[in-house]
Design a protein around this ligand. Structure first.
Ligand code: RIB
Ligand code: CA
Length: 313
């Protein structure tokens, strides 16, 4: 059993990752969900996080709102991918469960400082602003965190915002620098691996055929989410980025990669937000992340459908 905190900017793929985690109580104890500005502004990401908790019938889940903008840069959002609501494709009701009043950064600091060393795993699925700000506010939390399993970055695959940078890192490269320099064990799911987990029409149909509210919502979200990347990459499905983080916690052998040194480009210019992954170990920097590059996509989607199928049996 792993205690995890999901830090997220829902986002259709974040939503599927949250559902995967909430469908797996035997393996994962989701302590809380913290929302950050990213795909859409914070008022929407926190509301979307609550919508997904309600879809999972987890109105008890503490949801916290965190930072409304990156540490240094101004906020860059991705409505062009996710739609104006951030969850286009799923017609979910307005949430009635409460948003916690404490700021997510303070929640992260308080909860980690009260926890035993190595008790909690952080699962950032969006820009790393909340996690970095918590580390700056209370540096001692770095020694408390068991592992950070995050979606972000890209190397052989390049970026998705531009040729250099992946969205989560591009939005807040300074936060990413803080996290990758923190010394906390990191497992990184970059575009190199998530672009091998494509939500093809056949795979989306498997969610629809579940005949449940959750299955219908996931199929609708992925059908919408597919469009942008399928046109851009001319593939038969969009990469299902964020669920890779949770699937790794459930079935780590779905993935393979190697320990690498990862540096973040933070200078303003065409490479800002680039993750410099030393895959060939040619620089003196010590490895600071397990960088995943391959996934068994069929087994990944089989896990997803089986777990999402647990809702509304
Ligand atoms: O680049 C993909 C990442 O950016 C995903 O986490 C997606 O949800 C967006 O946050
Ligand atoms: Ca995300």
């Amino acid at each position: 059993m792993r205690k995890i905190i999901i830090d997220t900017d829902p986002g259709q793929d974040d939503a599927v990752a949250m559902l995967l985690a909430l469908a797996s109580p035997e393996e994962l104890d989701v302590v809380a969900v913290t929302a950050v500005a990213g795909n859409v502004p914070l008022p929407l990401t926190e509301k979307n996080a609550r919508k997904i908790c309600e879809l999972a019938q987890r109105t008890d889940m503490p949801v916290y709102a965190g930072c409304s903008r990156p540490m240094v840069r101004s906020l860059f959002t991705a409505e062009y991918v996710h739609g104006p609501t951030g969850l286009d494709g799923a017609d979910l009701p307005e949430p009635t469960m409460p948003l916690q009043s404490q700021h997510a950064v303070d929640f992260l600091v308080d909860t980690l400082m009260r926890s035993d060393d190595g008790e909690i795993t952080l699962c950032p699925l969006g820009p790393l602003t909340n996690v970095a700000m918590a580390m700056i506010k209370e540096p001692r939390i770095a020694g408390k965190i068991r592992e950070i399993v995050l979606m972000g970055g890209g190397f052989f695959e390049g970026g998705n915002v531009n040729p250099a940078a992946e969205f989560n890192i591009y939005v807040d490269p300074h936060a990413a620098h803080v996290v990758f320099a923190s010394g906390v064990p990191i497992t990184m799911m970059p575009l190199d691996v998530t672009h091998k987990a494509l939500a093809t029409p056949h795979r989306i149909a498997a969610f629809a055929s579940l005949g449940t509210a959750a299955g219908h919502a996931v199929a609708g979200m992925l059908d919408f989410f597919d469009r942008y990347d399928m046109d851009k990459y001319e593939t038969d499905g969009a990469p299902l980025h964020d669920p890779c983080v949770i699937a790794y916690l459930l079935e780590p052998d779905l993935f393979s990669g190697r320990e690498c040194h990862v540096a973040i480009a933070t200078d303003e210019g065409p490479t800002i937000g680039m993750t410099l992954v030393d895959w060939w170990d040619v620089t003196p920097g010590e490895p600071n992340a397990m960088v995943m590059r391959d996934v068994d996509a069929d087994r990944f989607f089989a896990l997803l459908v089986e777990r999402i199928g647990r809702f509304g049996r």
